[in-house]
Design a binder for this molecule. Structure first.
Ligand code: ARG
Length: 461
């Protein structure tokens, strides 16, 4: 049989495979709350402008409330023949309340309906991700305050470069997450316009009040162009872009955790709650959660590229291609929700091995820059010359198999005659750290102040 919602000019129903490729109810049922909310706003507006009687609007409100109950309690029978969540709910409404239900779709199309529902869903998703992001930032800032002066090696090229503090390293991710959060907030602001009332593509002849529906749905204003409103999905793409960048950040931290937890590093111990064992090797404590956070970027970014590819070259206005916008967004949201929760838990629980980090922080002549800086400051040697002198001293220490601080004063003076014993004061990891007081530098006093300021900003002291 033909679809009861639009089958007037059809003699027979679709092929089974047509229903299968066409139907989105399998995944868009997740939009049911947004769909009902949109319909309630639309019905109230239709009543206000005289297109529904008060009785009809009451019946619709009652009917949609009952349907919400049915869906929430798992009593609703979703039908593939009815294609999507919009027609499933509308058909059920007509079943329940008759005539008034059939009036609901006045001055509306599924095109503006789905554009509205989906924006509402993405907006809610952003709010959820934002809450989790704040929580992770808070956790990182708390741990940063705890370890504001704990030395660890800072790396460039994954070679020991200069000492930093563990707190400083954790706060680097707080900065990244703050920008991620800013991107999500920007996307939310830009998407917060209401497509409802654009109808199929051209607007409607009915005297609707778009400001009323926009306001009822907490949008800032109605969209300005009906063609644009029903056909663009840049709001979803912007959301996926922001999530991709955020997932990239989380994957970097995840990768570092994997490294730190490995025996050659030995920097941190993950809690039992965030490790797994091996079915054959009894000693193993595998960082699976970190590995999965490292990996989830694959599907999140894949979803961005997938939807961009769907949208490219699509002529205005609505085309069914656009129905492919939802699964990537749902999937990316689920992945990011998991990543943020797992990362929060891992960071909360993880125990740094301060002795090991301190040991490695002093390896690889990590205070060589401090020696060069000393030559510049104390002897007024030009930096490029100081770099060269220090390089020779590093070469000498390497040859002897010792640290810079193990060279004798005489050995140093053989390379640069004016060096004096006060040079040894700058060669320790602690001295190096304490000296990095430039704005944004790793000096423990800086890091402590940064951590406290973040905690205050995040509503925690
Ligand atoms: N399920 C559809 C979607 O997600 C709803 C819009 C259908 N509109 C149409 N003209 N067939 O895009």
């Amino acid at each position: 049989a033909a679809n009861p919602q639009w089958g007037g000019r059809f003699a027979s129903g679709p092929a089974a495979i047509m229903s299968e490729i066409n139907a989105s109810i399998g995944f868009d049922r997740i939009l049911w709350r947004q769909d009902i909310r949109g319909s309630l706003a639309h019905a109230a507006m239709l009543q206000k402008v005289g297109l529904l009687t008060q009785t009809e609007e009451n019946e619709i409100r009652q009917g949609l409330g009952d349907i919400a109950g049915e869906i929430a309690e798992g009593r609703f029978e979703f039908s593939t023949a009815l294609e999507d969540i919009h027609m499933n709910i509308e058909a059920r409404l007509s079943d329940r309340i008759g005539e008034a239900g059939k009036r609901l779709h006045t001055a509306r199309s599924r095109n503006d309906q789905v554009a509205t529902d989906f924006r509402l869903w993405v907006r809610d998703a952003i709010d959820g991700i934002q809450g989790q992001t704040q929580s992770l930032m808070r956790t990182l800032a708390k741990r940063a305050l705890e370890f504001y002066s704990t030395p660890m090696p800072g790396f460039t090229h994954l070679q020991v470069a200069q000492p930093v503090t563990f707190g400083h390293h954790l706060l680097a991710y707080v900065e990244m997450l703050a920008r991620d959060s800013g991107r999500l907030a920007d996307a939310r602001t830009r998407m917060n316009e209401c497509p409802l009332g654009s109808a199929a593509l051209a607007g409607t002849s009915f005297p609707i009040d778009r400001r009323m529906t926009a306001g009822a749905l907490d949008f800032d204003r109605p969209t300005a162009n009906s063609l644009d409103a029903v056909s663009d999905r840049d709001f979803a793409l912007e959301y996926l872009s922001a999530l991709s960048i955020q997932a990239m950040h989380l994957s970097r931290l995840a990768e570092e955790i994997v490294q730190w937890a490995s025996a050659p590093f030995g920097f941190v111990r993950l809690s039992d709650a965030f490790t797994t064992g091996s079915s054959i090797m009894p000693q193993k404590r595998n960082p699976d959660a970190a590995e999965l956070v490292r990996a989830k970027i694959g599907r999140i970014m894949g979803n961005l590229v997938g939807l961009l590819t769907v949208m490219k070259g699509l002529p205005l206005a609505y085309a069914k291609d656009t129905q492919e916008d939802k699964e990537p967004v749902f999937d990316a949201t689920e992945a990011m929700t998991l990543c943020l929760a797992a990362m929060d838990g891992m960071i909360r629980d993880l125990q740094p091995n301060a002795d090991r980090m301190r040991e490695v922080a002093g390896m690889g002549f990590s205070t060589a820059t401090d020696l060069a800086d000393w030559l510049v400051r104390e002897l007024r040697v030009p930096f490029r010359t100081a770099h060269h002198v220090t390089g020779r001293l590093v070469g000498l220490a390497e040859e002897k198999g010792c640290d810079l601080s193990d060279l004798s004063l005489a050995e140093m003076q053989a390379v640069e005659k004016d060096i004096n014993a006060s040079v040894f004061d700058v060669l320790t990891v602690e001295a190096s750290l304490a000296s990095r007081t430039s704005e944004g530098g790793t000096a423990p006093a800086n890091v402590r102040q940064q951590a406290e300021s973040w905690l205050a900003r995040l509503g925690e002291s």
